[in-house]
Design a protein around this ligand. Structure first.
Ligand code: GLT
Ligand code: MN
Ligand code: MN
Length: 403
């Protein structure tokens, strides 16, 4: 690949070509993603914190559109009101100077030891009350910065000792908390929507609402289901061994895909939060194909972080890589849509036995009686192979770059 020109900053060279991110791509990162300092349960940080204002500047230069945050990514948990206001002022100025927006905000209800047994679901009403207070303050901050989506990831809503908490009560408490906050947001006229994010385990041994599907069912039991959707994350569904784009399809189909966390992950491991598309190209392709073909227009958020081996330069290459890979896969989707052989096979698949459509769809007694009279030659119907091997190989060759 020959690049027309190069983008330089911080002494590093970045790639500026057709795949470079543009504002209209609506790519966002969290302060906690590019700001990740490389700490893990076995090792100390390998990087110094990057000031939020520099994060805003550099992401903008790479073509990102938005920056998301937890309350304490920006404002330390023990900041004075005066200190908080100064930090927020500086941050707003950086957003303006670099044409960046805050599409989403969220609360950290998992780091401080007070939340060691959950925020919403804690057995202790005093902890639950503090949790609500912290979230309301954080929602206020999000609203001040213009966020229209508010994410809930219940990092400590779960258990190790599974007899210490009644799981039915835990769900009721979670519902009470979300209902309360929906009313708060409406009362304040913030015009925000909520997006619930599932994860099956880590940091708790077992987390409540382990998958996006669990949340989709739960949302329908809320006082105002319209205000609440989901924020599925690639890594989290893959941890549960699930097909991510099928889950996303269900969320999309029910009008509940309010936000999405893009990253990558090997199956069966801890939450790796790798660069988008870095591990499983085919799943990433299928996801991009789905989002593009179904015209998802919400934020595309990279909830990922650079390898622990990296210094700050590596962090910016990581961020660039997430966005480039999305756009490269988008181009692959266009190639797929234009490939005559692939499209020929798909047209054949779509055009089988159209005369039977009239027997399907909405029930009527007349239709049911007619359908019951038909004699199906099921052995004949099962004889012909479906040709999916060929189709799948064509996809493989397209992805490997020889079509
Ligand atoms: C945390 C988690 C993410 C969530 C963030 C939002 S916090 O980094 O691992 O998946 O999206 O609360
Ligand atoms: Mn994750
Ligand atoms: Mn996430």
């Amino acid at each position: 690949m020959v690049y027309d020109f190069h983008l330089k900053f911080e002494g590093e060279i970045f790639m500026a070509d057709a795949y470079m991110a543009k504002k209209e791509d609506k790519f966002s990162f969290g302060l906690w993603t590019v700001g990740n300092i490389g700490r893990d349960p076995f090792g100390d940080p390998t990087r110094k914190p990057i000031p939020p204002t520099r994060i805003v500047k550099n992401l903008s230069r790479l073509g990102a559109w938005g920056i998301n945050l937890h309350d304490n990514d920006l404002v330390p948990i023990d900041a004075t009101p005066k200190g908080r206001n100064q930090i927020v002022r500086d941050f707003k100025k950086a957003l303006e100077d670099h044409d960046m927006v805050v599409p989403m905000a969220t609360t950290n209800t998992f780091t401080h030891p007070v939340f060691r047994d959950g925020g919403f679901t804690s057995n202790d009403p005093k902890v639950r009350a503090y949790g609500l207070q912290k979230i309301m303050r954080s929602i206020d901050l999000g609203a001040e910065l213009g966020a229209k989506i508010y994410v809930f990831w219940g990092g400590r809503e779960g258990a190790e000792c599974n007899v210490a908490k009644d799981p039915v009560e835990a769900i009721k408490r979670y519902r009470d908390g979300i209902n309360y906050l929906c009313r708060y947001v409406r009362d304040q006229k913030y015009g925000m929507k909520f997006a619930l994010e599932a994860k099956p385990n880590e940091p708790r041994a077992d987390m409540y609402f382990p998958t996006t599907g669990h949340y989709l069912a739960f949302i329908e039991t809320l006082d105002d289901p319209k205000m609440v959707g989901v924020n599925p994350e690639v890594a989290h569904e893959h941890m549960a061994g699930l097909n991510f784009h099928h889950g996303v399809a269900q969320a999309l189909e029910s009008g509940k895909l309010f936000h999405i966390d893009l990253n990558d992950q090997r199956f069966g491991r801890y939450d790796q939060d790798f660069r988008f598309g870095s591990e499983d190209y085919k799943s990433a392709f299928l996801l991009v194909k789905l989002l593009e073909e179904k015209k998802y227009r919400g934020p595309k958020h990279f909830d990922a972080h650079a390898f622990r081996t990296e210094d700050e330069k590596g962090v910016w290459h990581f961020a660039e890589g997430c966005m480039r890979t999305y756009n490269i896969l988008k181009e692959k989707v266009r190639c797929f849509q234009k490939d005559p052989e692939i499209q020929g096979i798909l047209a054949e698949i779509a055009g089988q036995n159209p005369e039977f459509e009239k027997h399907l769809g909405k029930y009527s007694r007349k239709k049911a009686q007619a359908l019951k009279r038909i004699r199906f030659d099921i052995d004949g119907m099962a004889k012909k192979g479906l040709g999916f091997e060929r189709l799948d190989q064509l996809l493989t060759e397209l992805m490997l770059g020889i079509r």
